[in-house]
Ligand binder design. Structure first.
Ligand SMILES: Cc1cc2nc3c(=O)[nH]c(=O)nc-3n(C[C@H](O)[C@H](O)[C@H](O)COP(=O)(O)OP(=O)(O)OC[C@H]3O[C@@H](n4cnc5c(N)ncnc54)[C@H](O)[C@@H]3O)c2cc1C
Length: 379
């Protein structure tokens, strides 16, 4: 069945390429990488060479073009492969790079973007802090101007690719309290006074997550991304993009759950019948299909609006909240259908269930999304 008319022969060609990349490069190794807690850096270079990292980014800076539609397509198809940790790790540039391209000076864009999109360098986004997750305006990491440098002091928390990145797009306080005093700075790995330690997680094992420490860390003033004290708007615009990307990811992941569960229920027999022949089981799988339809419709509507130049802030917030909540239900139902096999490590369904919670927290929690949407809708 035709999805939305914006998906055409070109998008389907790219979709096929993405599926091939997943089948050839990720599927054969994903399980072993999960257990090892890391995937090789070489995968970035392969993804860069295949044009995958550049999807949605301007050709002028080494991207493959296609805008927001291709940005989302890449995330949906990678997630469909069922190895979320690999997908997250590989695509962190999708949140770290856009502020550089939207607000950074030309020299910075040319220096950073082509290397990142080729998979030769890694960039990440460092907004969250121990006391500022949902409450972004409460950021405490200070960047004090000293001659032609900023001197950074503070901590960042839960930063994806925080151990392996070369570039860090960091939110800092350059002015007074609240949202008006925030700026974005590009910090490079190896800068004196900048350290990282790893964090262990319940899921996404192959994606590294870190705490960052800045102790009198001197960063050149020309590494400012955008204008001083005007960082909050850039952060919020980036969140909107991130949330749309997360929603696309959730659609892909839910499709993976659906396919795995449908297959299992067609193979496994109880009481002399295949599982899917029990109406209760069949309806559970049908409910997953129903939720996918709803998520897809909301996602495509949001992408379409974004393509028309509408920021669609409340729609994207509600999409992210809805998709994450429904994904959790789908993952739980899928494990129920797998029975004991859904609890034992090593299946895509077991991993999706274990990793479903983060989707309701990262990039703006469900509660915060509803709060944002309610304010925007005047509720
Ligand atoms: C695996 C992982 C990867 C991450 N990657 C990154 C990254 O790359 N870069 C980055 O900057 N951050 C990253 N984060 C951080 C993530 O964005 C935050 O965890 C998220 O924004 C929530 O912040 P918090 O954890 O501090 O929770 P808190 O803000 O402390 O919230 C705790 C709970 O309270 C609820 N809550 C808070 N405020 C309200 C309110 N006003 N009304 C109702 N309920 C409320 C929340 O919904 C949540 O349920 C990552 C997190 C994880 C777990």
């Amino acid at each position: 069945m035709q999805r939305h008319p914006m998906y055409d022969d070109d998008t389907e060609t790219v979709r096929d390429q993405l599926r091939r990349f997943v089948a050839e490069e990720i599927e054969p190794n994903g399980e072993a990488w999960e257990e090892a807690g890391e995937f090789p850096l070489e995968l970035f270079r392969k993804a860069g060479a295949a044009g995958l990292l550049g999807l949605g980014f301007d050709e002028e800076y080494g991207g493959a073009g296609g805008g927001i539609l291709y940005y989302c397509l890449a995330r949906e198809e990678l997630a469909r492969g069922g190895f979320a940790g690999v997908r997250v790790g590989l695509m962190v540039h999708g949140i770290g790079l856009p502020p550089v391209l939207a607000l950074g000076p030309d020299e910075m864009k040319k220096r950073v973007a082509p290397a990142v999109l080729a998979g030769e360098k890694l960039i990440c986004l460092a907004i969250s802090e121990p006391e500022a997750g949902s409450d972004v305006a409460n950021i405490k990491t200070v960047a004090k101007r000293d001659g032609d440098h900023y001197v950074l002091n503070g901590q960042k928390m839960f930063i994806s690719n925080g151990m392996r990145a070369d570039y860090y797009t960091v939110a800092v306080r350059t002015g007074g309290p609240g949202m008006e005093g925030l700026s974005l700075l590009l910090v490079e790995k190896g800068t004196e006074g900048f350290e990282q330690t790893p964090l262990m997680k319940s899921g996404w094992w192959t994606s590294d997550t870190a705490t960052l420490y800045f102790n009198d860390c001197r960063v050149p003033a020309e590494n400012l991304i955008g204008e001083e004290n005007a960082g909050f708007r850039g952060i919020m615009n980036n969140f909107n993009l991130e949330r749309l990307g997360i929603a696309a990811t959730i659609v892909g992941s839910t499709k993976c759950i659906f396919e795995e569960t449908k297959h299992y229920a067609s193979e496994r027999q109880t009481f002399g019948k295949h599982l899917r022949e029990h109406q209760v089981v069949r309806h559970k799988i049908t409910d997953i299909a129903m939720r996918i339809q709803a998520m897809e419709a909301m996602l495509d509507s949001a992408i379409w609006r974004a393509l028309q130049g509408d920021k669609a802030i409340p729609e994207i917030a509600l999409l992210k909240a809805f998709a994450a909540t429904e994904h959790e239900k789908c993952a739980a139902d899928a494990v129920q259908i797998f029975g004991g096999a859904g609890i034992i490590r090593g299946s895509k369904v077991e991993r999706a269930f274990r990793e479903s919670k983060i989707l309701s927290i990262g990039g703006g929690s469900t509660e915060v999304m509803k709060d944002l949407a309610s304010r925007q809708l005047g509720i």
